[in-house]
Design a protein around this ligand. Structure first.
Ligand SMILES: Cc1cc2nc3c(=O)[nH]c(=O)nc-3n(C[C@H](O)[C@H](O)[C@H](O)COP(=O)(O)OP(=O)(O)OC[C@H]3O[C@@H](n4cnc5c(N)ncnc54)[C@H](O)[C@@H]3O)c2cc1C
Length: 371
């Protein structure tokens, strides 16, 4: 069966009906992840050699986009799982790859730190040699999706020697990890994006992903195509979901004195059209970014910088518009619009934040000689 056909019943029976509870109770979407695992979708990008579906970025984009239309929170948890999986597929051991492919293992990226905030290139976490084959991992991560829920963390430390950062695949159940406080956020409330403290967690040197000090080049090579595109896709699916709800509301809400609907107002239709345009521009840029990645085009690097910022900023505007055109009704929970409005606030402050990306893009533009 096609992977999207596998997803539809899960959307209908689990993810969409549970989305409001996930939000209201800040409940981790465990049931959704179990269903996705059973359908093979947690192993979507795992190689067929280890029992995965052997698919790639274009298909991951379709799955995340569909889920984000109804539950951006589940879409973000899955995004982080796919991002960790990208590293593990390239650099990890067969056992964990098989567990991911079989839907028995959730992973996530543990990068952002309390001390260095959204400057994710500046790590303070450390890995210190304890014995010939053991290191001790220490550090304070600030806001990690699936904290205390994932089976493993793809954890970034400073290099053990010299410059740069280093990647580790850590067993999240190891003693020494703790989640000092629960996540009680504005949006994406079921994400469990909580701090994680690592107090001298002993781990085998063999759990290092790649060579010491090589995290940044590995990130550019393996992670960024997935990370930038899939975070953008959570915003894109979210915009589709919020506009779908807004269209239903404005088309069916009538003024008793005239019998006309909100959608009969030209101002409302114009707001809707502009919001649709913004959402579609982000989607087209995302599609072109995927094409650039797949074809290894020369503009791939710039596309990957643009795509997350474009979609995150568009989601802020589009969700504002949805709130405006649906009036006071949108303030109430039952339309689902205020939930998506709150969820839409996250992507622009997830590192690299929109502001950091703007700075990078502007710097690159100024450094490029004009013809
Ligand atoms: C829902 C959610 C889920 C998350 N999940 C994960 C996860 O799974 N893994 C993970 O590693 N992290 C995760 N994060 C953390 C995220 O990546 C950022 O590190 C975090 O949101 C930054 O918050 P802060 O308060 O430290 O921001 P700050 O760094 O204090 O930024 C505050 C403001 O300053 C701006 N700013 C900061 N530095 C610069 C600069 N150099 N130039 C211009 N402007 C700048 C920012 O854009 C922002 O507007 C998550 C965050 C959220 C909200």
């Amino acid at each position: 069966m096609h992977f999207l056909e596998q997803l539809e019943p899960i959307m209908r029976e689990v993810i969409a009906p549970n989305a409001t509870t996930t939000d209201a109770h800040a409940a981790y979407p465990r049931q959704a992840l179990q269903a996705l695992g059973q359908a093979g979708l947690l192993g979507l990008i795992s190689s067929t050699d280890v029992g995965g579906l052997g698919l790639g970025l274009p298909e991951a984009v379709q799955v995340v986009e569909r889920i984000a239309q109804d539950c951006p929170c589940t879409a973000m948890v899955l995004t982080m799982h796919y991002c960790g999986t990208v590293y593990i597929e390239q650099l990890g051991g067969k056992d964990v790859r098989q567990a991911i492919a079989a839907g028995r293992h959730i992973t996530t990226l543990a990068v952002s730190e309390t001390a260095t905030r959204s400057h994710i290139w500046a790590m303070t976490s450390q890995a210190q040699m304890q014995a010939a084959d053991t290191v001790l991992i220490s550090g304070e991560k600030s806001m990690i999706t699936s904290a205390g829920q994932a089976d493993s963390y793809v954890w970034t430390t400073r290099a053990m020697q010299g410059e740069g950062n280093t990647l580790w695949l850590l067993n999240a159940k190891d003693p020494g990890f703790s989640v000092p406080r629960a996540f009680d956020g504005l949006g994406l409330r079921g994400n469990h994006s909580a701090p994680i403290s690592a107090q001298a967690v002993p781990t085998a040197l063999s759990s290092r992903l790649g060579a010491d000090g090589q995290a940044e080049p590995l990130k550019a090579q393996y992670l960024m195509p997935y990370f930038a595109t899939l975070i953008a896709t959570t915003s894109i699916g979210l915009m589709q979901g919020i506009l779908r709800r807004a269209i239903t509301h404005i088309s069916t809400s009538r003024f008793a004195e005239s019998g006309t609907s909100l959608a009969d107002l030209p101002t409302i239709r114009a707001y809707l059209a502009k919001a649709h345009l913004r959402a579609d521009q982000a989607r087209l840029l995302r599609d072109d970014t995927v094409a650039a990645v797949q074809a290894a085009r020369l503009d791939k690097g710039m596309r990957l910088l643009l795509v997350k910022a474009a979609a995150a900023e568009a989601a802020l505007e589009v969700s504002d518009t949805a709130m405006r055109i649906c009036g006071g009704a949108a303030f109430r929970k039952e339309l689902g619009i205020e939930r998506l409005f709150r969820d839409a606030r996250a992507a622009c402050v997830m590192a690299p934040t929109s502001d950091v990306l703007f700075d990078k893009i502007g710097t690159l533009l100024c450094a490029t000689p004009t013809p």
